[in-house]
Design a protein around this ligand. Structure first.
Ligand code: ATR
Length: 287
């Protein structure tokens, strides 16, 4: 990578615990297209997000990604919010122009592309169970409803966090049902659903388990885990042992990044290059 005075900079603002593979993916894409652009990661404390955004604009950055918790805080810090980002309640991509900042959300469209690619599944008319009601869970649940899911179930440990999702989905044609994140509650509905999505952080740590057994899954189901490290969570292992089709969150990370790339650069994202860079950064693959 060669950085000079004419280099165009995009970045990602993350919490100090941030561990992101996005720089590898975007920098590989810039290089493949011969662009003099660079993607840099910055640790930004949530309380300094507003001033950091101001600084980014003054330093001439042209765009940003945001990680948790900045995705939600940013709604109050930008000049314009794309309607979909407003609906899903989070911004993960920012375009910085001379006179204004604009926020977008590419996680939802990244998720839809991911399940299309991994399962050849379109959400329209499907029944989806989303586990988790944090930023990722909300984005996925609302995007499924916007894309014509017949029914969306959201299960969460903290029931109150499901309320804003229920309100948003009420304005779509999808049916909605909330439930507690317990085996009892889930086993009552899981046989109805085509797609189960884990959007909780359970599975990130070795030995983490949601407690869902193989008897809950069947070969007609698709199970997507937004977690990509480890590559196979306990949920995916169990679902796969029951014959369900399974995929992890790498494809969502790739497609949200590709969409962000296209928003910033107005060029088609080199998907194969980006996927290879992500796999190398996350799994150490050299293929
Ligand atoms: P993200 O933006 O990645 O979704 P988040 O907003 O912090 O991150 O959300 C984390 C999700 O994982 C939430 O649904 C959270 O449940 P609560 O809303 O009840 O906190 C869920 N989660 C985290 N740890 C959990 C655990 N040990 N058991 C069940 N759910 C858990």
């Amino acid at each position: 990578m060669h950085i000079d005075g004419l280099t165009t900079i995009v970045g990602v603002f993350g919490a100090p615990i941030m561990h992101t593979a996005s720089p590898a993916m975007h920098n590989a894409a810039f290089e493949a297209l011969g662009m003099n652009w660079v993607y840099l990661a910055f640790h930004v404390d949530p309380q300094h997000l507003r001033t950091a955004l101001q600084g980014a604009r003054e330093m001439g950055l042209v765009g940003l990604n945001l990680t948790v918790p900045h995705k939600i805080l940013a709604l109050d810090c930008l000049d314009e919010i794309d309607p979909e980002a407003r609906k899903v309640g989070a911004v993960n991509t920012i375009v910085i122009e001379k006179d204004k900042t604009r926020g977008f959300n590419t996680d939802g469209s990244g998720f839809l592309k991911a399940v299309k690619e991994d399962f050849n599944l379109s959400i329209k008319g499907k029944r989806v169970l989303v586990l988790g009601a944090g930023g990722a869970g909300r984005g996925i649940a609302v995007k499924c409803a916007l894309d014509g899911a017949a029914k969306v179930f959201v299960a969460n440990r903290t029931l109150a966090k499901i309320e804003p999702i229920a309100r948003e989905i009420a304005s779509t044609k999808s049916e909605f049902q909330s439930l507690a994140l317990t085996v009892d509650a889930i086993q009552k509905v899981i046989h109805e659903v085509d797609l189960v999505v884990n959007a909780t952080s359970v599975g990130l740590k070795e030995g983490d388990s949601l407690g869902l057994g193989a008897e809950l899954f069947s070969p007609r189901q698709h199970v997507y885990d937004t977690i990509y490290r480890p590559a196979e969570t306990q949920l995916l292992q169990v679902a796969e042992s029951a014959g369900a089709k399974v995929a992890n969150g790498l494809s969502m990370l790739l497609h949200q990044g590709a969409r962000a790339f296209e928003i910033w650069t107005k060029r088609k994202a080199p998907l194969a290059v980006m996927r290879r860079a992500l796999r190398a950064a996350i799994y150490g693959d050299k293929s």
